[in-house]
Ligand binder design. Structure first.
Ligand code: G6P
Length: 444
């Protein structure tokens, strides 16, 4: 087995990076890492330099002789590398805030990965990711791309369908659900078997077993009784519609509040935007505090304040995945991977988020029992939205963008949609090269 692993982290200026480094240090006996290559661009450089110093202090304090570099040169970063962790945010938090505010301006939910905001984020993330994949194909064709750049499911599908790069998509939501179930059952996490299935930020727990017993109905009841055990910080903890969800023998992930309680979550996002600010604005303030803390030369661990972010634990998932692939562990993890018939009724070549056995050759999804007709219909609708969104991101086709957004239940249609889409393209044109021709012809 290769004894000197090299990891590249793209989007190193992210405030989540210390959690990733912490995860690598905690697994140093499983992952013989000799080099970490932090990668970022001018926009995130100042933060990336702070992360570089903190990362070196963390490895030094752990007594691990890991070489840490920071570079903008992708050839330097991606040559002869084993794992590439992708966690970048094109346009930084300002782009997220713009998405939230544009959606609200047109009377729609303003959210990072859902509705018009999710579409816009895909239009920025996918072209940049495919560009990076061309370098991975050139400089480290055998490397694994562990993607948690959002929208993670759509980005993973674009890589699966448009590149030769080996990739797995990650999200912390199923990790939170796994931990939450153990809490609800008052059990050790590793003793509870949870199967999830669906799309990224659109999954359902389909099985919850403990000591050989099916505990789904008990957990569902707890969940409907307002148990917030698995609600991330960024999603409003509104009451679930019991009459719709009771006795369905499945548990929706917290993001499904946007679909099952659309008006309540929309009203909440309007209220937040008028009071404490949109989630992106709240996170921007939190990030400033985090980077003050990270700049402290005496700090050499991941600070507790990082738990204020919604993406808690996804670095754990990333490090577990790296170790499971590198060590051929055949452990169960909830990941985004090729469908290949795992969820009947969705295309084979699409990305689904499912519980899988992780091997050296990647994820092997567990079989998923058929969904009930209305859940499957929602999954098919959202997958069709995702595929038109990916097509628009890959070829800049305005009609594909309209067809995607017209399908999305959180997005208005008709004239309002065209106005909102045009404003989204105009405000993001430097990050959406695929729409340059449309912009020149219609928006300039
Ligand atoms: C979630 C998601 C991530 C998302 C994050 C937002 O839990 O799974 O995909 O990016 O939280 O958290 P934030 O603190 O940025 O609002």
């Amino acid at each position: 087995m290769k004894k000197d692993l090299k990891i590249a982290i793209i989007g190193a200026g992210s405030s989540y990076t210390p959690e990733l480094i912490d995860g690598l240090i905690a697994r140093s006996s499983q992952l013989p890492i000799t080099e970490v290559r932090l990668v970022d661009i001018d926009e995130g450089w100042h933060k990336a330099e702070i992360i570089l110093s903190l990362t070196r202090r963390m490895f030094e304090h752990a007594g691990l002789p890991v070489k840490v570099i920071l570079t903008q040169d992708r050839k330097e970063a991606l040559t002869d590398v084993d794992f590439v962790c992708s966690q970048f945010r094109v346009g930084c938090l300002d782009a997220r805030i713009r998405d939230e505010r544009i959606s609200l301006k047109y009377g729609m939910l303003g959210q990072e990965t859902n509705g018009l905001g999710g579409f816009a984020k895909a239009q920025r993330s996918i072209p940049a990711t495919l560009d990076i994949c061309r370098d991975i194909e050139k400089y480290s064709p055998n490397a694994w791309l562990l993607n948690f750049t959002n929208p993670s499911g759509m980005v993973t599908e674009a890589v699966l369908r448009h590149t030769k790069v080996k990739t797995v998509g990650l999200c912390n939501v199923p990790v939170l659900m796994q931990k939450g179930m153990a809490q609800v059952l008052n059990a050790e996490e590793q003793d509870v078997f949870v199967q999830v299935a669906g799309l990224n930020h659109f999954i359902f727990a389909r099985q919850v077993n403990y000591q050989g017993e099916d505990k789904m109905d008990y957990a569902l009841e707890e969940f409907l009784n307002d148990n917030q055990a698995f609600n991330p910080k960024n999603i409003p903890s509104l009451k679930w519609p019991r009459k719709l969800l009771a006795n369905r023998h499945q548990i929706p992930c917290p993001y499904l509040r946007y679909y099952f309680s659309s008006d309540d979550t929309y009203q909440k996002s309007v209220h937040e935007a008028e009071t404490e600010g949109t989630r992106g604005e709240v996170v921007k303030a939190l990030e400033e505090k985090l980077f003050e803390i990270y700049s402290n030369p005496d700090l050499y661990v991941k600070p507790k304040e990082l738990e204020g972010r919604g993406g808690q634990y996804y670095s754990d998932a990333a490090c577990d995945l790296m170790s499971a692939i590198y060590n051929d562990k055949r452990t169960l993890m909830h990941v985004n991977t090729r469908n290949n018939g795992t969820i009947a009724g969705l295309p084979d070549d699409c990305a689904v988020e499912v519980t899988s056995v992780i091997t050296k050759s990647g994820p092997m999804p567990l079989n998923v029992a058929p969904f009930d007709p209305d859940t499957l219909a929602m999954l098919q609708l959202m997958k069709t939205f995702e595929r038109f969104t990916i097509d628009a991101a890959v070829n800049g086709d305005y009609q594909s963008a309209l067809r995607a957004l017209t399908l999305n239940p959180l997005v208005k249609n008709g004239k309002v949609l065209e106005a909102a889409l045009d404003e989204t393209i105009r405000e993001n044109i430097q990050y959406m090269p695929q729409f340059q021709a449309y912009y020149e012809a219609n928006l300039k």
